[in-house]
Design a protein around this ligand. Structure first.
Ligand code: FAD
Length: 241
């Protein structure tokens, strides 16, 4: 195997990696891709962590230089990898919707807004209310998809829609929390904090502090798992027709 994969989340800790590798140039581009399981300790695999805007190394570049992989590590049939990957991706996209986290973060947003006094601002409260309505609507949609799946219907075509709405919601609550916290939203820098540079935290809660880094980190959600623009194309083709 030869090639490069950028943005491999937490790949620096991985022992194994699933790769979609081109094994044939015949037919449509989607065919001729195979699903391989590769041992990260194989000769020729190099992992280079990427430092992101929030200061963390959450993603990596992985390089493959003449990596030899045993034939038994082929998953399913040769050249059918994209079919398997599409199925897994639809589960990943449903998972990205992350309604439970949205509900938890919504409550956290309300706590910060109350502690900082902006909850009394009717325009700010409107934004929280709109967000809450969208979170409830997303939850209903996810439950409908799960119940359809349970009764054997394939409703995972809608996964792209869940991903779009879920990721937009994640960006909205991280932005509202940062707005509510104002200067307290500065990234948590422990050394600076110990030196007395950062002062107090909203509501006196330490965990409220790194809101700006969360805001920056959440920029990824409309890109990863398939960008939202591409998901809109898929929704248009498969659901709207
Ligand atoms: C933080 C992060 C973590 C990630 N983790 C992983 C991981 O663990 N494993 C993994 O395999 N991948 C991972 N990815 C990769 C991720 O899935 C891709 O970055 C994503 O699917 C977008 O693909 P791309 O980067 O090739 O962008 P491109 O496809 O080059 O897109 C660039 C821009 O063009 C737009 N665009 C492209 N095609 C169209 C079109 N047809 N119509 C309209 N607009 C279009 C896109 O919306 C985007 O704005 C991660 C990415 C990020 C940012």
């Amino acid at each position: 195997v030869n090639g490069q994969k950028t943005w491999t989340t937490l790949g620096q800790y991985g022992e194994w990696i699933f790769c979609l590798v081109r094994t044939s140039n015949e037919g449509k581009p989607q065919t001729g891709i195979s699903f391989l399981l590769i041992d990260m300790k194989s000769k020729g695999v190099t992992v280079r962590p990427i430092k992101l805007l929030d200061g963390e190394c959450e993603v990596n570049e992985v390089f493959f230089d003449n990596v030899e992989v045993p034939a038994e590590n082929l998953i399913g049939e040769e050249n059918k990898g994209w079919t398997y990957a599409k199925h897994l991706l639809s589960h990943e996209r449903t998972n990205i919707a992350d309604v439970n986290r949205a509900k938890r973060e919504l409550e956290r947003l309300k706590r910060i807004a109350k502690a900082e006094g902006v909850y009394d601002d009717v325009r700010f409260r409107d934004e929280i209310a709109k967000l809450e309505v969208d979170v409830v609507a997303l939850e209903m949609l996810v439950l409908r998809v799960l119940s359809a799946e349970k009764s054997g219907k394939n409703s995972l075509d809608i996964a792209g829609l869940l991903k779009i709405r879920g990721s937009e919601i994640q960006q909205r609550y991280s932005e509202l929390m940062m707005l509510a916290a104002g200067p307290y939203a500065l990234p948590l820098i422990r050394e600076a904090m110990e030196a007395g540079w950062q002062g107090d935290f909203p509501g006196g809660v330490l965990a409220n502090a790194p809101l700006a880094s969360t805001y920056f980190n959440m920029r990824k959600t409309t890109i990863y798992g398939g960008s939202n623009e591409v998901q809109r194309n898929i929704v248009a083709q498969t659901i709207l027709g």
